[in-house]
Design a binder for this molecule. Sequence first.
Ligand SMILES: Cc1cc2nc3c(=O)[nH]c(=O)nc-3n(C[C@H](O)[C@H](O)[C@H](O)COP(=O)(O)OP(=O)(O)OC[C@H]3O[C@@H](n4cnc5c(N)ncnc54)[C@H](O)[C@@H]3O)c2cc1C
Length: 555
Amino acid sequence: MAMARKTEADFNQSPAFTDVNLFTSDTALREAVAREGASEAAENLGAFGRIAGSAAAAELGRQANENPPRLRAFDAQGRRIDRVDYHPAYHRLMGFSTAQGLHCSPWDYLTTGGPRPGAHVARCAGSYMAAQMEAGHCCPITMTHAAVASLLHEPALARTVLPKLLARSSDPRFAPWQKKQAITIGMGMTERQGGTDVRANTTSAVPVNGTGPGKGYAISGHKWFLSAPMSDAFLVLAQAKGGLSCFFMPRFSPDGSVNRLRIERLKDKLGNRSNGSAEVSFDRAIGHLLSEEGRGVATIIDMVTLTRLDCAVSSAGLMRQALARAIHHAQHRNVFQKRLIDQPLMLQVLADMALDVEAATALVFRLARAFDGHDDPDETAYRRLMTPVAKYWVCKIAPPLIFEAMECLGGNAYVEEGGFPLLYREAPVNAIWEGSGNVMCLDVLRAVERSPETLERVLAAIDAASGSEQRLKSAVDGVRIMLGEAVSDPARARSVVELLALTAAGALLQAHAPPAVRDAFLATRLYGAFRHSYGVGLGGGDIQGIAARAAPMLA
Ligand SMILES: Cc1cc2nc3c(=O)[nH]c(=O)nc-3n(C[C@H](O)[C@H](O)[C@H](O)COP(=O)(O)OP(=O)(O)OC[C@H]3O[C@@H](n4cnc5c(N)ncnc54)[C@H](O)[C@@H]3O)c2cc1C
């Protein structure tokens, strides 16, 4: 008698989590986008969500990471060429994200009229999904978008660069930026002796033909990390006579020859492998001064602020992807004759993770709206204070959450084909670059010390969103007191920054999330017993309701 063939269902495996629309399947994301002013972008985001969540894009992500960029420092005759080759899959991913305008869309108004309402929120929604598609290529996308804020310090240069930068395409040719259809921009701040302490930079800049904004300087020295080394230009910090200054350094010199930027080595990195990160040296490379000499930090900080927003958005996206996969698996996998999602302990773990994902999502999109607020004093204050707060908290919670989500899948999560290892290796970097955790906390103290009004405006906004919820009101009081103490004792900075993040996120959930989510969040994150891991302390809460809301809505 012939043996009956076993079907997939007999093996109790969950279906592949592919071809999922990352926008329409994500309730918290859709609500946040609408709430924070970008509802008009919903259709466009749905179209991008389909691409970003497609099996084809996931395959490109796998290929781009399994075939990381390769340095070609010399040609066959030993001449330096300093090029980096990327796998075609990387270029396809760049094509998707640039077509969506993730490298530039909020700046469209610079050539076409006034700012578009919700432009940052809509772009951040795209970035949230692009990070889930493949995070490595998001590095040049983020840097290009952010660089515009610093380029605007030199309006004449910005005017010439913008038309190329605003193009909705990717042009990977190695050619002078003036001859290309589209360009990307990177940044070079970190040196071997220090990344945080950029004032210790030793790279020097000597004027070639006159000093001052827009003039050419010969730059010599090195950078220890310079990502996306095939960018068309970099914003670079170097010491001029007047102090640390910011320069626009193109890959080609004004005379059309390759600029004297030497790529010494590509880092062999833990994650983010599709994205090249180089060690470079400069041998009188030409850079054009942005703003005045000595204004380097003040100039590049505008770029850095925007990259910090993206770090938080990207980490929230990575967490969402990990959670969605965990819930999807639990919905299909049976253990002891019951689906995992129906096992009370698993359900509690999933619901607990969902609270952090929803809170992080609410916080980063509220922050994105602050960037759409331009000169509004309340939004300016929110941007200044909450950018380092969100960067700190959201990027900090991503690695443990993603690990916990992996565990929900059991052994399958550990296998490369499933894509989870890619997410896991990607998780830590957002906390490390663009200002590591402690640096973010110290930045919060600096903001409060310099402008107590900034703090009061933000606390007033949180208080207003809190309604009559007493737990949030006492948390606001606690933040005020603890910040005062931390200003004179920075060792306390992490505890108050975390409390501020939880209070701000809790207030957003209080105002906008279903009661099950907001109650469980406040009960466990602001109050309740000490926790070391997920799945603790939700007893009595509507864990079924919380998990159901977070479950990916598949068409
Ligand atoms: C994959 C990758 C790509 C990168 N790409 C780029 C790039 O394109 N361009 C670029 O310029 N840089 C890049 N970087 C560098 C990155 O921005 C730096 O590594 C980061 O800023 C930290 O600097 P550092 O490594 O010199 O560490 P340090 O500055 O030595 O800091 C080490 C630790 O000390 C903490 N710390 C610093 N000051 C204080 C203090 N006062 N009190 C308490 N703690 C403190 C920091 O929070 C950090 O945790 C990249 C890094 C990575 C990992």
